[in-house]
Design a protein around this ligand. Structure first.
Ligand SMILES: Nc1ncnc2c1ncn2[C@@H]1O[C@H](COP(=O)(O)OP(=O)(O)OP(=O)(O)O)[C@@H](O)[C@H]1O
Length: 763
């Protein structure tokens, strides 16, 4: 596919960006299509032809023919016109652009004579900044760490010893395959079954905190009935009243807690649980409340709504209140809702005669992997004499005022963590290579989660990875032609054409808070139950608490907005003693500060087992031809893949708009990293031109304007140019501080508005 009438010449500008110019016919011949043979044969043929074309151009330039004329762009670019840049051997990182003579036509930038903006085509492998830090990989034969969140295996720890009834312990074993408690369960059950003291419950991700707070509540309610000769008609039944409320920040998490609770209550079916969640029909929730519920799982906003408007909801008997992901509830601005809930609970407690055996006071439990004793807002919750229950090896029960040392939270010890230094331009191809490699063999990875900073970027990447492949790429994959063109109402699950193989078809799902609730619920269910290997690209809406089976790999494509979220994200794998891998992508330069500031801190071994890789390693493994070992052709294949995505974006207006939206929202989200990490995620150091490449864009960053998105203030005034990290001149406008402040303000407003979802979808 090519224009035929006019050919464009790609040349390298002095800052290392390739710019395409229309040269008319000149020495160029119409590009030939290469059909038949293997992919490699076709590439070799194209390379040979390319070599001849390049040689001709150089000769022409030397003799002055066409060498000083740069023609104006006449028409919408045609994808194949760019092939000339792909086959050319790319320059490697760090080369100084100023020391290299520019051959061929002169280079102009900015606008053409007709005033139309030019496209900027930057080659993937040139002018990428170098990493500042050096690899300090651990020795290969270091012994793998023992799991730190697994059930205890000392034989002495069993549920009955901790105070659970044999009936409940049997049920755990027979129906839920839970044999022994984890460390946090051992500490929490013993405490909460026997005492009515408020508690901070803090333990690593995947250490079983849900059962740690649910089991004591269920045990206490079961023992109220146990004294009765016929428990089913005993003290507790669905009309006895509401005794416990569990609050969680997201609907997904509330649903999940409710599923665990229901399976526990199968051994005490006279105790009834229920949910009230945002996004569900209020009318049916009211009907459920009217029929009677003993343990309620809720999101704060919806519970407040029912407390205000549903008379039948009587909270006078509530004796346990659990705030799961308590710190997140605070961060999301739920404090007002929680204060309201507490006020209502306090006001009504004791109005009704308590059931014999029911505690006289309410116990409040705050629970998270990253909850801090010194979180000031928690004071508003009026915890009285709370004990700090931790799930580390040794038991600790600290008094609430013991805030002398800063808490240090760690990822599970057995979680294999790594980071990759990846320049902005190479981000998209590198992510593709990671996923290609992960799913190259059947059975190596069953489920992976890719965290992305904002909803628009999630949508864009979902489209990229499910798009109809060009014939070249399709020869490697399956399902290549199933996907229709990009449409408004795209599905949330589809075959992952970009990294499926014939032997290992992979499905991909997308999840973010801007999707309707029914789509969020069904997507999560489909990802959870997929029989095929599956990837979920998502925002932080999936970072907290979700317990998805067989997630072996978590990729933080965009670093999180604060360090606690990093632990929660990577904690979606390596749960309950299982293995798992996590990888975070960082850009060379300021972002490398994240290694010492956050990654090493969040480990049991202070970073000694942290692995490092770079884009070259990953691309070689992901794009190299399997038959050729490390594959000498990986650069060409990666470039080809990138150009194919760029062509796709050019050819489909909807795809282009998605790419632009993704790019703009990404940049805005980048401005909202928490203050202590802003020197690491520095807007001024962000190379927008290179970043645009990772969104398959050929536009100059300043000219990317998406309807519904505010145009960059910095593009029109207050433009600044920052020095490139490799000495290359940066060619992008970076938004001025006015825009950054505005972006931050919008982010905060958006965060407040999105109840239960911490993410950005500015538009
Ligand atoms: N004692 C146990 N033995 C075996 N598996 C368990 C045990 N307790 C819990 N699990 C399993 O461990 C997984 C993680 O539990 P849970 O979701 O409660 O972890 P969590 O500590 O709340 O994690 P997060 O901080 O990420 O929310 C679940 O699949 C659960 O079924």
């Amino acid at each position: 596919m090519h224009s035929g009438s006019s050919k464009r010449f790609l040349t390298m500008a002095d800052d290392g960006m390739l710019i395409n110019f229309d040269l008319g016919e000149g020495p160029f011949k119409a590009q030939q299509k290469y059909k038949g043979g293997s992919w490699k044969d076709r590439l070799s043929a194209r390379k040979a032809a390319q070599y001849n074309r390049t040689r001709d151009v150089k000769r022409s330039a030397a003799t002055g023919v066409n060498g000083t004329q740069v023609a104006e762009r006449k028409e919408k670019p045609n994808a194949d016109d760019f092939e000339t840049s792909t086959a050319k051997r790319q320059r490697t990182d760090g080369a100084d652009p100023r020391s290299r003579p520019v051959s061929g036509p002169n280079v102009t930038r900015g606008k053409t004579a007709s005033g139309k903006p030019q496209e900027v085509i930057s080659s993937l492998f040139s002018f990428n900044p170098q990493a500042k830090t050096k690899a300090e990989n651990p020795s290969e034969d270091a012994a793998p760490a023992e799991p730190s969140n697994a059930p205890l295996s000392d034989g002495l720890a069993n549920f009955v010893n901790l105070g659970l009834s044999t009936q409940l312990a049997e049920h755990l074993l027979q129906k839920m395959d839970i044999k022994a408690p984890t460390a946090i369960q051992r500490a929490a059950i013993a405490q909460l079954v026997n005492e009515d003291t408020d508690a901070f419950l803090q333990a690593e991700t995947g250490s079983g905190k849900t059962l740690a707070y649910l089991l004591p509540i269920v045990q206490r309610l079961m023992s109220l009935s146990a004294n009765s000769s016929a428990p089913e008609q005993g003290a507790i039944h669905r009309d006895s009243g509401l005794f416990a409320i569990v609050l969680a920040p997201t609907r997904e998490l509330s649903k999940q807690i409710s599923v665990v609770l229901e399976s526990l209550l199968r051994c005490a079916h006279w105790i009834v649980s229920g949910t009230v969640l945002g996004g569900e029909k209020k009318k049916s929730e009211k009907a459920r409340l009217r029929r009677g519920i003993n343990i309620l799982v809720a999101t704060p906003g919806r519970l407040v709504d029912h407390l205000d408007n549903t008379e039948v909801l009587d909270v006078s008997n509530v004796r346990w209140l659990v705030l799961d992901e308590g710190d997140r509830l605070m961060e999301l601005g739920f404090e007002q809702d929680i204060a309201k809930i507490l006020a209502k609970l306090d006001a009504r407690t004791g109005r009704k005669a308590p059931i014999p055996g029911l505690p006289t006071r309410r116990t409040t439990v705050l629970c998270s992997a990253t909850i801090k004793m010194q979180v000031q807002k928690l004071g508003e919750l009026s915890l009285k004499d709370a004990v700090h229950i931790q799930g580390s090896g040794e038991d600790k029960a600290l008094k609430r005022d013991d805030t002398s040392k800063e808490e240090k939270f760690s990822a599970p010890a057995q979680l294999q963590q790594s980071y990759a230094i990846v320049p902005a331009k190479l981000r998209l191809v590198t992510l593709t290579a990671i996923l290609k490699r992960a799913f190259a063999r059947r059975g190596s990875v069953m489920r992976a989660i890719v965290f992305i900073s904002c909803a628009d970027s999630v949508d864009f990447h979902f489209e990229v990875f499910t798009r109809k492949l060009s014939k070249t790429d399709a020869s490697d994959a399956t399902d290549s032609t199933e996907k229709p063109e990009v449409t408004e109402s795209a599905p949330t699950g589809a075959p992952a054409t970009a990294f499926s193989t014939k032997d290992n078809p992979v499905r991909i799902f997308r999840l973010h808070g801007s999707l309707p609730q029914h789509a969020r619920t069904s997507t999560l269910a489909a990802f959870r139950s997929s029989k095929e290997p599956a990837v979920m690209v998502c925002t932080d809406v999936a970072a907290r608490g979700l317990d998805l089976p067989n997630v072996d790999f978590v990729i933080e494509y965009d670093p999180p907005f604060n360090k606690d979220d990093h632990l929660h994200r990577i904690g979606r794998t390596a749960r309950a003693g299982k293995d798992g891998r996590a990888l975070i992508l960082l850009q060379p330069g300021a972002e490398e500060g994240y290694i010492d500031a956050v990654l090493k801190q969040g480990r049991h071994d202070d970073g000694r087992g942290l692995l490092r890789s770079d884009a070259t390693d990953i691309l070689r493994k992901g794009f190299g031809s399997p038959g050729l070992g490390a594959g000498a052709d990986w650069e060409a294949r990666a470039t080809e893949w990138q150009l194919d995505v760029e062509r796709w974006a050019l050819e489909q207006p909807k795809a282009l708009e998605m790419a632009r939206r993704g790019f703009q929202s990404h940049v805005r989200a980048y401005a909202t990293h928490v203050a202590p990490e802003r020197a690491i995620f520095d807007m001024q150091a962000l190379h927008l031109g290179h970043l645009a490449k990772a969104f398959a864009l050929r536009d100059k960053p300043g000219s990317i304007k998406v309807p519904g998105l505010r145009p960059s203030a910095g593009a029109s005034k207050g433009e600044r140019r920052s020095a490139g990290k490799s000495g290359a001149k940066a060619d992008h406008e970076i938004p001025g501080s006015v825009e950054i402040d505005e972006a931050k303000r919008k982010m905060r407003a958006a965060q407040k508005k999105i109840a239960g979802a911490s993410e950005f979808n500015i538009g």
